[in-house]
Structure formats: structure tokens, C-alpha cells
Unconditional design. Structure first.
Length: 136
């Protein structure tokens, strides 16, 4: 039940064209053809008949003005988790309680890291602009 929506999402994301029930996708520039199961063929064929504007209109993305916040969220989430994993292992060792200790530390680290990235990002952008030549 869960696999059908996931599979249809993957096909919508990676199918560039359809030819007689086969999905064509590109890996390293070379086209690869894989057979598509019959129920999904109908789904893909229906998607290929839609015009490009209706497919783009259905795609959900945030507005460009949210870029600093999205960047801060992902940066904080990844870095806080990595730091919690390493520091918890160094301080308390890895045992049966390790996952719960990591999650406990992450509850504090993630919001803190998010706020810090929001505050520090403009400074880092200026430092990068001072040290890197602009693209030509």
C-alpha cells in the first residue's frame, strides 16, 4: 500500500520519456530502459500526456525568499545530529542507552544550531566573498 505512492513518485521524478511500457531514464548521460509494471504504465502515460505547465504547477517547493531558513534548517539538522552522535559516544560510550542519549542531546542541539546558523550565516557569506574570487 505504501509502495505504490512511493513508486509512482519515483517514476514521476525520474522518467524522461516512455516508449511502449518502458521507462527511459538517464544515468551518467546514457539512456537506460527498464520495463514499467502495467498499472504504473497507465500512470506514467497519463503524466506524459499532461502539458509541462500542469506538471510544474503540481510540484511543491518553497519560495526563494525562504532560502536562508531552509539552508539553516538542513545545516543545523545534519550538523547537530553528527555532533550529538560523536560527542555522546565520546562522553558516555556506546551501549544500549546510546540512541536515547543521542536523541536527548539532539533535542537541545537542533534548535540551538538552527538559531546559530541563522545568526552566523551573513557573517560567513561576507567572509567567503572576501576570500573567494567571484565567478567570471
Amino acid at each position: 500500500m505504501f509502495m505504490m505512492p512511493l513508486l509512482s513518485l519515483l517514476i514521476r521524478k525520474f522518467c524522461f520519456g516512455l516508449c511502449k511500457g518502458e521507462a527511459i531514464y538517464r544515468v551518467c548521460g546514457e539512456p537506460n530502459i527498464v520495463p514499467v509494471p502495467q498499472p504504473l504504465c497507465c500512470l506514467c502515460t497519463g503524466l506524459s500526456r499532461m502539458n509541462s505547465t500542469s506538471v510544474v504547477a503540481r510540484r511543491w517547493k518553497l519560495a526563494a525568499r525562504t532560502t536562508p531558513f531552509v539552508f539553516a534548517f538542513f545545516m543545523a539538522a545534519i550538523m547537530a545530529m553528527l555532533m550529538c552522535l560523536v560527542i555522546t559516544a565520546a562522553n558516555a560510550g556506546i551501549n544500549a542507552e546510546y540512541p536515547m542519549r543521542v536523541l536527548g542531546a539532539y533535542q537541545l542541539a537542533m534548535p540551538t544550531a538552527f538559531c546559530c546558523v541563522l545568526v552566523v550565516r551573513p557573517l560567513v557569506m561576507r567572509l567567503v566573498a572576501l576570500t573567494v574570487h567571484p565567478s567570471r
